[in-house]
Design a protein around this ligand. Structure first.
Ligand code: MG
Length: 160
């Protein structure tokens, strides 16, 4: 197959006493995302989108949250490992698209830095990654700022 497409989704609870890390970038906020790792929902959704495009299952199968090896791991490291799977399977990233849904904090000031960080991790040009930040219009747990969710899609192209 020349082209493959995958979808990823993740959500983490916002709690006090944790750093907020999204897309590998530390964001100034009074709360952070709860998780076995750093809780980086953006990176987790991207990992699942890439794994989905490769038909390689999901992030939980590869990096179990019951494993001490992954306790408090920087999720950026997981994305680099998944990126190695992409190359090993003979593909390269065609493009990635991300929607982060956070009622707070405002992510606009961080979008550029997140994009630069992820592109440098993956070794791709910035035009191949788009980041969109939305609120949930005050609705449900995300809208009440109790959680941050993220959707991602990945398109891969066969290396020739
Ligand atoms: Mg997660």
């Amino acid at each position: 197959m020349r082209f493959r497409v995958g979808i990823g989704y993740d959500i983490h609870r916002l709690v006090e006493g944790r750093k907020l890390i999204l897309g590998g970038v530390e964001i100034a906020h009074s709360k952070g995302l709860l998780g076995h790792s750093d809780g980086d929902a953006v990176i987790h959704a991207l990992c699942d989108a890439l794994l989905g495009a490769l038909s390689l299952g999901d992030i939980g199968e590869h990096f179990p949250d019951t494993s001490a090896e992954y306790k408090d791991i920087a999720s950026s490291k997981l994305l680099q490992l998944v990126n190695e799977f992409v190359a090993e399977c003979g593909y390269k990233i065609n493009n990635l698209d991300v929607i982060v849904i956070a009622q707070e904090p405002k992510l606009l000031p961080y979008k550029k830095q997140i994009r630069e960080h992820i592109c440098s991790l993956l070794g791709i040009r910035q035009e191949f990654l788009n980041i969109k930040a939305k609120t949930n219009e005050g609705l449900d747990a995300i809208g009440q700022a109790s959680a941050i969710a993220c959707y991602a899609t990945a398109s891969l192209i066969k290396e020739i």
